[in-house]
Design a protein around this ligand. Structure first.
Ligand SMILES: [Zn+2]
Length: 255
């Protein structure tokens, strides 16, 4: 009988040990699960922070709230200079020179306007910057201009007036071009280092002449645009940026 009691005690003890072991395993499993979930949450949060930091460091979420002073003088719709083709996406800004020394922004505007009657060629530009730094807009930024050949469909164009045959922009024209380009870059989420190009970069044409022939002057121009964004822009969240872009497009027909 005594042996039987011992056996029962041993069995009870064994059962207790098994129960203890099960509880211990359960606890280990529970802690492992909590640990894994914590690691996943932290990783996701860290990746988001990194992504936000990256966006903030670039220009994609920089905004220049103050719109440059623009004289909006849209061309009459016509097949030679304002074909009203929708520009669904803006992937770049193309800088040109008028190749017509001493002419004013309005003379160039009127030349584009006159093409509807003369039918002489297909030509236009979204913006023209004059010798006094005035900015004249000919085409809404929602439409194509006839300026940049194969890139008409996804870029905005800026024609700059110049005083002489060197094609160099005077200070007023240059400064307005920097300001307008910077503002457009922030408005369309473009990087001045890679998305601001010359007509030359598309077709090899000597346009804008001075900035094709003086590579360092072109590099300096892009740096000036980047510096302008840094000094005049404010960093905003992706949501605020989206809201701003929407607010700039009343009824989807942005200028
Ligand atoms: Zn050009």
């Amino acid at each position: 009988m005594a042996a039987g009691t011992v056996q029962t005690e041993e069995r009870k003890a064994k059962r207790r040990r098994v129960r203890k072991r099960d509880i211990y395993r359960g606890l280990v499993l529970a802690f492992a699960c909590i640990g894994a979930v914590t690691v996943i949450v932290l990783l996701a949060y860290g990746i988001r922070l990194l992504a936000d930091g990256k966006a903030g460091a670039g220009t994609s979420h920089m905004l220049i709230e103050e719109r440059p002073s623009i004289d909006v003088e849209l061309l009459t719709p016509n097949e030679y200079s304002r074909p009203q083709l929708a520009l669904s996406e803006v992937k770049g800004i193309v800088i040109h020179y008028t190749a017509n020394p001493g002419t004013t922004a309005f003379q160039n505007h009127d030349y584009f306007e006159g093409l509807k009657d003369t039918g002489e060629t297909h030509a236009s530009s979204h913006f023209i910057i004059g010798l006094d730094g005035e900015i004249v807009q000919c085409i809404p930024t929602s439409e194509e201009a006839y300026a940049s050949n194969s890139r008409n469909s996804d870029t905005l164009s800026i024609e700059c007036c110049h005083g002489d045959s060197t094609g160099k922009f005077n200070d007023k024209t240059y400064d307005s071009c920097v300001e307008l380009t910077a503002w457009l870059c922030t408005r369309f989420g473009l990087d001045p280092e890679t998305d601001v190009i010359r007509h030359y970069d598309i077709t090899g044409k000597d346009c804008p002449k001075y900035y094709v022939e003086h590579e360092e002057a072109w590099t300096a121009f892009k740096s000036a645009v980047a510096a302008y964004i840094k000094s005049h822009g404010t960093k905003v969240s992706a949501e605020e940026y989206e809201q701003y872009v929407k607010s700039q497009e009343p009824g989807g027909s942005r200028q």
